[in-house]
Design a protein around this ligand. Structure first.
Ligand SMILES: *Cc1c(COP(=O)(O)O)cnc(C)c1O
Length: 385
């Protein structure tokens, strides 16, 4: 097949499955409202769970950081791109989460790729929750290690897989809060299973960090578990972007030696690190606690309302509230009918979620008002008639 033919046939196959993905240009899309072509929508698609992307103190910190450091870091952290701003952020993250070290990455996707690539060799085995994020499963597929997946949140099945002989080391991989279902992993049971088998645990808490637990310390802290590798990302609860890996001194030194994503890539702009430090300060403050309480209140209000509607959901208590409809076409039609009523949601389809579970992935945030939640429920009610 020629290049042309291969590309066209892949695109045609996507269209035939109602699985074609399109970006929509928006004027602004992170906060309570999304504006597109001058029209304002109430936004239920943003991962900015605490509403920090528009927080004046954090915006100001980014501006100040740019005044002081300029817009770029000028190089990889191993050359000249590791500034006092990066160091200060790493130290406050480590202090906040109770780890000896934190290492910054450009994104959560990069952090997951980097850690798995650096840690795993050909005799090793990765045992991952079946619903783990694409960045984790792709990294596992690219690594020379064997990949085994356990049924979602089934610690007993995880244990059985870990029992099978392995010549090298085993790494258990899961998320704190699952990105498409919004439910939490039983981290205590998973950690115990890993420890009993001398395996290490890697938890990606992209959706728990900042949003859950005391001072927003996330899923692992809330369940009193300390994974050997904890990945936190800044594109969700922190309202910006970037990521960090929390680990021991020895693991941090090892990653600094062997992680190509750190050695051969420009570090994040120092101004972004300044903004992230400001974001962390808000997350730990009374302002942050109030935002978490508002979010929890919205989740409760929404779930009470959804209970009376003929839609399937999960037992999520997080900001992520799926409305599962099954067929791709139905999910697309439901998303469109909500948009017609001024509510912005996106239909999520396979392969992002398992076949036959196309859904709306609704995200509630601290930036919403009660009336927004009620309008969302009303629109879902109308669409279900
Ligand atoms: C969003 C997400 C990532 C990717 O993080 P980015 O910083 O957006 O690259 C990784 N893991 C999970 C579970 C996520 O939801």
């Amino acid at each position: 097949m020629t290049w042309q033919a291969r590309i066209h046939s892949a695109l045609d196959a996507r269209r035939a499955l109602d699985a074609y993905r399109e970006r929509r240009v928006v004027e602004n899309g992170a906060g309570r409202f999304l504006t597109r072509e001058g029209q304002q929508f109430c936004n239920f698609s943003s991962n900015d769970y605490l509403g920090l992307s528009q927080h004046p103190q954090i915006v100001h910190a980014w501006q100040q950081g740019a005044e002081r450091y300029g817009v770029g870091s000028g190089g990889s952290g191993h050359v000249s791109g590791y500034t006092t701003a990066h160091q200060a952020l790493e130290e406050s993250l480590a202090d906040w989460l109770g780890y000896p070290r934190a290492l910054l990455f450009i994104s959560g996707f990069a952090a997951n790729q980097a850690v798995i690539a650096a840690m795993m060799g050909k005799d090793d085995r990765i045992v991952a929750d079946r619903l783990s994020h694409a960045s984790l499963l792709e990294a596992a597929n690219l690594s020379p290690a064997q990949l085994r997946r356990f049924a979602h949140n089934e610690a007993a099945q995880l244990s059985a897989l870990l029992d099978k002989p392995c010549a090298g080391q085993q790494l258990v991989v899961t998320e704190g809060v699952f990105s498409m279902d919004g439910d939490s992993a039983p981290l205590r049971a998973i950690y115990d299973a890993a420890t009993q088998h001398n395996a290490w645990l890697m938890v990606d808490d992209a959706h728990g960090i900042g949003a859950l637990g005391d001072e927003g310390r996330g899923s692992a802290h809330e369940q009193k578990v300390k994974p050997e590798l904890l990945v936190v990302t800044f594109g969700k609860g922190f309202g910006a972007s970037g990521a960090a890996v929390l680990c021991s001194d020895a693991v941090a030194e090892y990653l600094l030696q062997f992680t190509r994503h750190l050695i051969y890539s420009t570090s994040m702009p120092p101004a972004q690190a300044v903004a992230l430090s400001a974001s962390l300060a808000v997350i730990r403050s009374a302002d942050g606690a109030e935002r978490r309480a508002r979010l929890a209140h919205h989740v409760h209000r929404f779930r009470q309302g959804l209970h009376h509607l003929p839609f399937q959901s999960t037992d999520s208590l997080s900001a992520i509230q799926p409305v599962i409809v099954g067929e791709n076409g139905r999910a697309l039609a439901l998303a469109q009918s909500l948009r017609d009523r001024g509510i912005w949601v996106t239909a999520i389809r396979p392969p992002t979620v398992p076949a036959g579970t196309a859904r709306l992935r609704l995200t509630l945030t601290a930036a919403h008002e009660d009336q927004d939640i009620d309008a969302l429920l009303e629109a879902l009610h109308v669409a279900s008639q």
